[in-house]
Design a protein around this ligand. Structure first.
Ligand SMILES: [Fe+2]
Ligand SMILES: [Fe+2]
Length: 197
């Protein structure tokens, strides 16, 4: 199954995108082992996450889910993620909900990201071929935890969009607000526990 997917994927996307997908798959498997998720499923998700990337914008639009928000039409760079689930099901016969869901949110995130989703979201930027300075920071933050690394990647993406005056897809902001709310809750819990000591 994996060999068949790798063989087909190689003919679907550019060589550099293919190498990136292999590295994301390996990184996702490593993170899944570390954070207690299914490693082989994470590997498969990493392999497939950018498989719709080589489609034309018109083709991608055909695969978009009905919940895709109109504001997203100004951001074609995120089409491939939202087009991914239907494309993957059609091309590879994969119907596993957790795989399709993680692929769907790998570019923008959403407010109810589970650990399996977060692994792909982070692995996309922490894979060994990413050479920018922030990738090293993400790898370091991964030593602290998955939630911390997820927050770091989300912050990097949102900051980049703000700095470059680009549209921010609403679910990215929802994800950010939810993540900050969790942080505040955890800080309050810690403060209360300290008070009781
Ligand atoms: Fe992507
Ligand atoms: Fe990617």
């Amino acid at each position: 199954m994996i060999e068949y997917i790798i063989k087909r994927l190689k003919n679907m996307i550019s060589p550099s995108r293919f190498s990136h997908s292999i590295r994301v798959a390996e990184e996702a498997r490593k993170l899944a082992i570390h954070f207690g998720e299914d490693p082989e499923k994470s590997y498969l998700t990493g392999l497939l996450h950018d498989s719709a990337r080589a489609l034309s914008v018109q083709e991608m639009v055909r695969y978009l889910p009905s919940f895709f928000l109109p504001i997203g039409y100004s951001v074609p760079a995120i089409f491939h993620a939202f087009a991914g689930p239907r494309f993957i099901t059609e091309q590879f016969g994969i119907t596993d909900y957790s795989i399709l869901r993680a692929v769907c949110w790998h570019a923008t995130a959403c407010e109810d990201m589970n650990n399996f989703d977060k692994i792909l979201f982070v692995a996309d930027l922490s894979e060994s071929g990413r050479r920018f300075r922030e990738s090293d920071t993400i790898r370091q933050v991964l030593q602290i935890g998955l939630q911390e690394a997820f927050m770091k990647v989300l912050a990097l993406k949102v900051n980049y969009l703000l700095a470059n005056k680009k549209i921010i897809y609403p679910t990215s902001l929802e994800a950010w607000n939810k993540t900050v709310a969790i942080c505040i809750e955890e800080m309050n819990d810690k403060a209360q526990k300290k008070e009781k000591l």
